[in-house]
Design a protein around this ligand. Structure first.
Ligand code: MG
Ligand code: MG
Ligand code: MG
Length: 306
């Protein structure tokens, strides 16, 4: 029985490319390991897989009785539902430390860098394993995605150096241009059902006993949402009721203007007022400079709900 590598629910490019890159490393080190995913892939991730010639990892949501590596998260609500019945061999992550625990010893690589793939590159270097060209390309794209082409406050010099090294291996001369191409794919939201957009990059958080759902859409120009905003707002209100959430927030992030419009439905009317000193007007507020959910949204909300 092989081991698995799996990222978070509603997988993003980092979760998928991490699963591919780590499973190759582990298999090369003599431990048969296969990549898996907990859900459907976004257009951005499909673009990366297509570009570097990968199949989609196996869709696998149940891990009872199996052994797995967890990548790109360590929060229980974001992982497989039956994680308690699985053996966790390791956690490789760049988020706040979550609440996943184990009953057996495990390998942990957690670093405050911009992307899980940056940590996996460190693992390849540690084990002195050569990264195949196509895996290097996928890893590089995941780092460009997670760091918003180095603009995110989560981006570190380790991430930038890592992209340079991976671009060299993959034979890509202009990684930033490829990053922009990727964000153009990500920005093509027209014709997509509203609920699909809301859930495209959506995460649950348990904050002091309150269930919060926070989605994010990162685009090149926020004006593409002009005709859609009312529908998006109505949909997160429905989702709040359906999912019994304390709050549902959708971040509409403009990567060029470098800020986010928050669409908010919450049991706390003063949620953004408390967290940012800026109240919502008709359920929406623009916060300048906010690009990162993990660094500029989750901690602020968690503090304000404490
Ligand atoms: Mg992720
Ligand atoms: Mg990540
Ligand atoms: Mg992200």
């Amino acid at each position: 029985m092989p081991n698995y590598v799996v990222g978070h629910k509603t997988p993003d490019s980092d979760s998928i490319c991490s699963a591919i890159a780590l499973s190759y490393l582990k298999t090369t080190l003599g431990e048969e390991t296969v990549p898996a995913r907990l859900g459907e892939l976004s257009p951005e991730t499909l673009f990366i897989l297509d570009k570097f010639g990968f199949e989609q990892p196996e869709l696998k949501t149940s891990y009872a009785g199996e052994s797995l590596y967890i990548v790109d998260h360590s929060d229980r609500v974001q992982g497989p539902d039956d994680i308690d019945d699985a053996t966790i061999l390791g956690i490789i992550d760049h988020h706040k430390l979550g609440d996943i625990t184990t009953s057996t010893p495990l390998e942990i690589w957690v670093r405050p860098v911009g992307c899980t793939n940056t940590i996996i590159k460190m693992m390849y270097d540690f084990h002195n394993v050569e990264i195949p060209k196509n895996i290097a390309g996928a890893m590089m794209c995941a780092i460009l995605s997670d760091t918003v082409i180095f603009k995110s406050p989560t981006c570190t010099t380790a991430d930038i150096k890592c992209v340079e090294a991976l671009a060299e291996i993959a034979g890509i001369s202009d990684p930033k241009a490829l990053g922009m191409e990727m964000f153009k794919v990500k920005s093509a939201v027209e014709g997509t059902p509203v609920r699909d957009l809301v859930l495209r990059d959506f995460k649950d958080f348990n904050m002091n006993g309150n269930l919060l759902g926070i989605g994010q859409l990162e685009v090149i120009d926020l004006s593409i949402f002009d005709d859609m905003k009312a529908e998006l707002a109505a949909d997160i209100a429905e989702l709040k009721t359906e999912g019994n959430y304390h709050s549902v927030i959708l971040l509409l992030t403009d990567i060029m203007k470098e800020g986010s419009e928050f669409l908010v439905v919450s049991d706390n009317d003063d949620l953004t007022e408390k967290a940012y000193g800026k109240a919502t007007v008709n359920g929406s507020v623009w916060i300048d400079g906010v690009l990162s959910r993990k660094k500029q949204v989750v901690p602020q909300l968690q503090d304000s709900l404490a």
